[in-house]
Design a protein around this ligand. Structure first.
Ligand code: 5AD
Ligand code: SF4
Length: 461
């Protein structure tokens, strides 16, 4: 007789930190026998890994909980339901009140306690664990990442920094993720080496304010992100390094120089500006002007001319006039983005901006968002088209859409579809961009098509 294998379904919303956290949750539950499933329908435990950064995201969670409640009624199944992530952190027990379907609430610092919390939930208690571990924020990260090792993934995230002390007036992160803290260089190097030994070729260093990294180095001193990147570039077998997300105030000259000096550091920078109006930037407490941002980008581009720039924008911040918004359009034009995320301002309870005068009408926000999005998507396709005929390295990281196709990423983070007979996942191949689609590039191996008429024994899986 075989015992029932419990199935876990994690649905993640929001940022890459949550994608990473989903893996940590699966890791914490693996010793309990849980295996992952791709759908809520056959899950024994459903975890909603939530995002609190914008209002809609939290509302989506409550509608999802409504759907789960209905599914339970209709099918008679009774999976346990957990709410994790930043909505869990921010709302805590409030979630239990608003959604009776929820069995437990767990914040980002407590995922290692999931097995214990589940046992409490099984006894009918509805535990809420949203403690910040004050001594060592990264205690829960110090174990290896078994899933990455089991799954033979090609790309992986490594958390190097968490939390934020910047207190932008619109943002909940300083309240939900707590104060800025960095992991030690030794821990980061060890995790990276383990991942690379297991087949990972590209590592993205993660942090809400990753360029504020100041983890303790082997010499007992605080190391900068630039120094950390330099150290990780020495890891043999690692092909690519990336980092996200940066704040303009923390981009120092060493980090800019790293974009010139480290071939493994990809020519891509996600550097949010939020607004192009100095008045709004001040009200947002961003601590820089539009001009300072543009000069900073000039410096990074001088170091790495083919840099693909990405960013975040908020339209309709309280008090934003037509002229302020035109300044945002102007900075987007001047900065020339390869991609960017655009958001309508959404008041988050407890943040200073939510009480500010001059909240902007929804219809005005909609119009501004549309205009900005149109500009950004024009820039995005122009950037993609500029690559046609050019040689790029493609890291193959998954099977392609059609038979014989593989998919990968360009150095600029664009998805690439390629037919490369004989190539394997994890290979970095020299390719020529042949065409652009709506969301991806098409490429062919440089130097012409490879020999496709090999003996079957030679063919790779
Ligand atoms: N409203 C709209 N967008 C927001 N962001 C953060 N907080 C808010 C908010 N209250 C956006 C910012 C940030 C990105 C992660 O989310 O642009 O850079
Ligand atoms: Fe939020 Fe600003 Fe911190 Fe980014 S820098 S996490 S937007 S407070």
């Amino acid at each position: 007789m075989t015992a029932h294998t419990p199935k876990l379904f994690v649905k993640s919303y929001g940022c890459q930190m949550n994608v990473y956290d989903a893996e940590r949750m699966a890791d914490a539950l693996a010793p309990e026998g849980y295996v992952e499933t791709q759908s809520a329908d056959d899950a024994d435990l459903i975890i909603l890994n939530t995002c609190h950064i914008r209002e809609k995201a939290a509302e989506k969670v409550y509608s999802e909980l409504g759907r789960i409640r209905k599914m339970k009624q209709e099918t008679g199944r009774s999976p346990k339901v957990a709410v994790a992530g930043c909505v869990a952190q921010a709302e805590g027990a409030e979630i239990l009140k608003r959604a009776p379907v929820v069995d437990l609430v767990v914040g980002p610092q407590s995922y290692h306690r999931l097995p214990e919390l589940l046992r409490e939930a099984a006894e009918g208690r509805r535990p809420v664990d949203t403690e910040f571990s004050v001594e060592d924020k990264f205690d829960h990260l110090s174990r290896p990442a078994p899933k990455a090792i089991r799954g033979r993934r090609v790309t992986a995230f490594v958390t190097v920094q968490e939390g934020c002390d910047k207190f932008c007036t619109f943002c909940v992160v300083p309240y939900t993720r707590g104060a800025e803290a960095s992991r030690s260089v030794a821990q980061i190097v060890a995790e990276t080496e383990r991942l690379v030994a297991a087949g990972v070729r590209e590592v993205t260093l993660l942090g809400q304010n990753v360029d504020a990294f100041h983890g303790e180095g082997p010499d007992g001193r605080a190391w900068s992100l630039a120094r950390l990147l330099e150290r990780l570039a020495e890891v043999e077998g690692l092909a690519r390094l990336r980092y996200t997300t940066s704040h303009p105030r923390d981009m120092d000259d060493d980090l800019i120089a790293a974009h010139r000096d480290l071939p493994k550091l990809m020519p891509y920078l996600h550097l949010p500006v939020q607004s192009g109006s100095d008045r709004i930037l001040a009200a947002m407490n961003r601590k820089h002007t539009a001009d300072e941002y543009l000069r900073l980008i000039d410096k990074v581009r001088a170091a790495r001319p083919d840099l693909a720039l990405s960013g975040d924008f908020i339209v309709g911040f309280p008090g934003e006039t037509d002229a302020d918004f035109e300044a945002t359009m102007a900075i987007a034009r001047a900065a020339d983005y390869a991609s960017a995320f655009t958001f309508k301002y959404s008041p988050r309870p407890g943040t200073p901006a939510s009480d500010m005068a001059g909240q902007v009408e929804e219809t005005v926000k909609d119009e501004r968002l549309q205009r900005l999005q149109a500009l950004i998507s024009e820039q995005q396709s122009a950037f993609a088209r500029s690559l046609i005929g050019r040689r790029i390295d493609v890291l193959l990281d998954r099977p392609g859409r059609h038979a014989g196709q593989l998919a990968g990423r360009s150095p600029y983070l664009q998805p690439v579809q390629i037919v490369a007979p004989g190539a394997n996942l994890g290979d970095v191949i020299d390719a020529v961009v042949t065409d652009v689609g709506a969301n991806s590039l098409f490429a062919a191996p440089a130097g012409g098509a490879r020999d496709t008429h090999r003996e079957p024994a030679e063919a790779t899986a």
